[in-house]
Design a protein around this ligand. Structure first.
Ligand code: FAD
Length: 447
């Protein structure tokens, strides 16, 4: 009998126990289901549709080269997987495990027909329990526990050949899914990316040569100091184990710790599947509502150069530097007092690396509502951050109307009377925003 491989956020053939297990057993077919129903509010966002299109194209071509096939279908995952199994006469479907609540629901629905394999993490997140047998809520102790099991196992090679069954079920045509962007002025910088397993490997090799300077440069948005591997990791074109072992022994511990955050956020959503929707420690904050402010934030017209640069980088390239994600998210939550979920959903739709666990956890951290969170009353000062992390060139790149200002003036052109015509006034002055946020926090505590 044939086996089916159900691909989701694991669009690779190497270091894929699910793929290896299916290929060993005889005729094998791959399946990707475009499912906008099971995830509900978290169905795949706009920027990731672009990525997905190219990644599926690459995976399909690679499978074909090796004698295999990738079928494309649309609908509710569990139903479609069952239907294709019946058409194929397959007894088993193999898949890599994922931790998003909607994927767990679909896995549960498939029950005994599904064989799950590792592949998305350094180590399965349930393997780690704190002293009282519960899950960890704080990263430090989690990392100490994980470290005892590091390095992770060596990655597996990709199968050399696939056997196709004599008859194949029908497949949709990728072009008919219309995943590529249609909005004008959006995604103009997406050509920096090379989705797919081969692109991920090239990118890994490039980064391996630079990882030594990671700790020094990772906080500087003007430099390419981080790996930019996040979309490849999200789509599973590169496994965390391949990444771990692909870096030389001298690779920076700071980098490995960052990668462990990705595992940790999976550990967290297992314990708290509603992380993207519900506050872990509710603050009872009275959020403002302002379509005008949200529009200014999302399109990079707040009058705060570092915030505007970040939001425009996101819009153009589908990615934003981590330091600037912190600054822009904090600006939305504290300066504008808007609900963090609005920001999280905007990121979801515009990031090529949008990831339910990482995104939700980081937004709750910034909003002061996560277990492992900074306190709400710490209000980040965007203009000081911009100076401290030497963001002048980054601003020049993304807010070209400020490009002629000096390194000293560019962070806060309004204060120096140097803002060019057409560059927006600050939505609210920093000091006033800080006072308003602190007052809202005091009111929330008394509520
Ligand atoms: P590197 O610094 O090279 O790190 C390597 C990998 O480690 C990353 O690719 C990522 O998989 C993981 N990692 C690094 N930092 C974190 C972190 N803080 N939390 C969890 N994993 C981490 N990351 C996402 O992958 N998807 C998201 O949707 C996402 N949303 C975020 C929202 C906010 C408000 C903030 C502050 C951060 C968010 N992050 C998210 C975390 C982080 O910003 C990105 O992972 C990182 O910027 C990706 O760039 P990189 O691959 O160059 O990172």
């Amino acid at each position: 009998p044939s086996s089916l491989i159900w691909f989701r956020q694991d669009l690779r053939l190497a270091d894929q126990p699910a793929v290896a297990a299916a290929a060993e057993r005889g005729p094998t077919v791959g399946l990707y289901v475009l499912d906008d129903e099971t995830p509900n509010d978290w169905s795949i966002g706009g920027a990731q549709r672009w990525w997905l299109h190219h990644s599926l194209e690459a995976l399909g071509a690679e499978l074909k080269k090796k004698g295999g096939t990738l079928l494309l279908r649309r609908g509710r995952s569990a139903e479609v997987v069952c239907a294709v199994m019946d058409e194929l006469g397959a007894e088993t479907v193999h898949a890599a495990r994922h931790y998003e609540p909607w994927w767990r629901a679909a896995e549960a629905e498939l029950g005994a027909r599904l064989t799950l394999h590792e592949g998305d993490v350094l180590h399965e997140p349930e393997a780690f329990r704190n002293g009282s047998g519960g899950s960890f809520k704080i990263f430090g102790p989690y990392y100490r526990a994980l470290s005892k099991d590091l390095p992770p196992p060596e990655p597996l090679p990709a199968p050399k050949r696939f056997n196709a069954p004599p008859e194949l079920p029908r497949s949709d045509r990728l072009a008919d899914w219309k995943l590529l962007p249609t909005r004008p002025n959006w995604a103009t910088g997406f050509d920096v990316w090379s989705p797919g397993e081969a692109g991920a490997q090239d990118h890994l090799h490039r980064f391996a040569a630079e990882v030594e300077t990671y700790a020094e440069r990772r906080d500087l948005p003007s430099e390419v100091g981080t790996s930019n591997l996040s979309p490849h990791l999200h789509f599973g074109e590169l496994s965390p184990r391949q990444l771990w072992h692909g870096l030389s022994d001298g690779a920076d511990d700071k980098f490995r710790r960052e990668l462990a955050w990705r595992d940790f956020s999976r550990h967290i959503i297992l314990a708290d599947p509603e992380l993207g929707n519900r506050e872990q420690r509710p603050l009872k904050l009275k959020h403002r509502r302002s379509d005008r402010d949200f529009a200014a934030w999302s399109r990079g017209r707040t009058g705060y150069p570092i915030v505007d640069a970040g939001m425009r980088q996101l819009w153009a390239t589908g990615w934003m530097h981590n330091r600037v994600r912190l600054i822009t998210a904090s600006f939305l939550v504290k300066h504008l007092l808007l609900d963090w979920r609005l920001g999280a959903h905007w990121f979801w739709d515009t990031l090529v690396d949008a990831d339910y666990a990482n995104n939700s956890q980081n937004w709750q951290w910034i909003a002061g509502t996560g277990f492992d969170s900074q306190p709400f009353y710490r209000v980040m000062a965007p203009l000081l951050q911009s100076e401290k992390f030497a963001a002048a060139d980054y601003i020049r790149r993304w807010v070209p109307e400020l490009a002629d200002l000096s390194d000293r003036d560019i962070h806060d052109p309004h204060a120096r009377g140097l803002a060019p015509a057409g560059y927006p006034e600050p939505l609210i002055p920093h000091r006033e925003a800080r006072e308003r946020a602190l007052q809202a926090f005091r009111d929330a505590r008394n509520r």
